[in-house]
Design a protein around this ligand. Structure first.
Ligand SMILES: *Cc1c(COP(=O)(O)O)cnc(C)c1O
Length: 403
């Protein structure tokens, strides 16, 4: 049972049939899944949802998987909303809320997108999946595909953090390091479609990852009592999550579950890789390739995004903006929030806090705004500075030093 009616080219609106594998549209743009929202609204209520427990699969009516047996689950949870009281006090801010996606299987919100992409691949009878990845997406794909009995081949830039590469391999992915960036890895995946016979699961090049990421919008709305925040700061790489949440809000409004009010969608990038920020500032519809992309926040090191125009549209339609933060500001933010509020953000998540602080100082956002920052992965997957204070237990210990 699913309420999918068809798929649609996000650029031209051309219709495509559901129920068979798709990559990009003929126009070379992402496909969006469309539903019979009236029938969907009749089949489920806010009340019924509130009693369900199974993480993002609780939104099954809003998702494309038809046969429940194809839903692959690794113990998804509803990710918590966590206030930052120290930061609020320091900045005189009303409410800073972190949605902590690091609690999902494989430690990042890539679990949402890949659970859907892989479950749909199983439903459509695909046995071998491939993708380029900066780490987290590959780990999520390997885990869900192994659980679903499918094979994966995964290509990472050779400076991808070791922990991600090892995680992918341990979870059954056949992983290769490539001397290039994510775009170079993507090219290998694209060229291998015919020659190696795998299915290309690159960001936005198949339609179902967006549907998984859409559950962030559904979940946030439900957690906030079907009242959206004033602003959402989103660390933007390929932009799947921002596009997915925007789609969720549109679908919820069409169903009459929320009103027309939308949060300002704020796309956060690193100064060393900020194609969307440049396009936003230039008033452009597309973002040209960013040369020499660099940032330790690997999830947002994406020099070129197929869905650039969809990200920019959502940002503009919401009255939001795109903002870049310096590398030092990202790590200062991570260290500060960990030390004061006890939450270890990933660098991409820390970038959203740095961007919030910067936007507040620049007057682009007001202290009275209720803001949600997305922490998209656990901070534990990233290199940390080593701290070793040593005690020689065989000698007398000077307890005064602890005073
Ligand atoms: C993938 C990723 C992002 C970027 O997400 P998109 O929705 O593709 O823009 C941000 N942070 C982390 C930790 C990621 O893994």
């Amino acid at each position: 049972m699913s309420f999918v009616t068809h798929l649609e080219c996000s650029m031209t609106g051309k219709r495509y049939e559901a129920g068979r594998p798709h990559n990009l549209s003929e126009a070379g743009k992402p496909l969006l899944v469309r539903y019979d929202l009236d029938a969907l609204a009749k089949s489920v209520s806010k009340e019924a949802l509130s009693h369900r427990t199974e993480g993002f699969w609780r939104y099954r009516e809003f998702l494309p998987v038809e046969n429940a047996e194809n839903r692959i689950s690794l113990g998804e949870v509803v990710t918590p909303l966590i206030r930052l009281p120290h930061a609020e006090k320091k900045l005189g801010a009303a409410q800073i809320i972190v949605k902590d996606e690091g609690r999902l299987p494989t430690g990042s919100f890539k679990a949402r997108g890949l659970a859907l992409a892989v479950s749909m691949a199983r439903e459509l009878g695909l046995g071998h999946l491939a993708m380029p990845t900066n780490g987290n997406a590959g780990a999520a794909m390997a885990a869900y595909a192994s659980a679903g009995g499918m094979r994966t081949t995964i290509f990472c830039p050779d400076d991808t953090p070791r922990v991600n590469v090892e995680e992918i391999a341990l979870q059954g992915g056949e992983v290769y390091l490539v001397n290039g960036l994510i775009g170079d890895c993507g090219k290998i995946v694209g060229e291998g479609k015919e020659k190696a016979g795998w299915f290309d699961v690159s960001t936005l090049k198949e339609p179902y990852r967006i549907e998984g990421k859409k559950t962030m919008g559904l979940e946030l709305a439900e957690q906030m009592g079907w009242e959206l925040p004033d602003a959402i700061f989103y660390p933007t790489g390929g932009g799947t999550g921002l596009i997915g949440m925007w789609k969720a809000f549109d679908e919820l409004e069409a169903m009459g579950w929320i009103g027309a009010k939308r949060p300002k969608m704020i796309a956060v990038q690193a100064a060393g890789c900020a194609p969307i920020v440049k396009a936003w500032e230039d008033g452009a519809e597309h973002a040209p390739l960013w040369e020499n992309a660099h940032t330790a926040a690997a999830g947002i090191r994406v020099p070129s995004a197929v869905g650039d125009f969809l990200i920019l549209r959502a940002v503009r339609d919401s009255g939001g903006f795109a903002v870049a933060v310096e590398e030092q500001a990202i790590f200062d933010a991570r260290d500060e929030i960990a030390r004061t509020d006890g939450l270890l953000l990933c660098p991409e998540g820390a970038a959203t806090y740095a961007a919030y602080e910067q936007s507040l100082h620049e007057g682009r956002i007001s202290a009275g705004d209720r803001v949600v920052l997305f922490n998209c992965a656990t901070g534990l997957k990233y290199p940390m500075q080593s701290e070793t204070r040593f005690i020689d237990r065989t000698k007398p210990i000077d307890y005064a030093q602890f005073g």
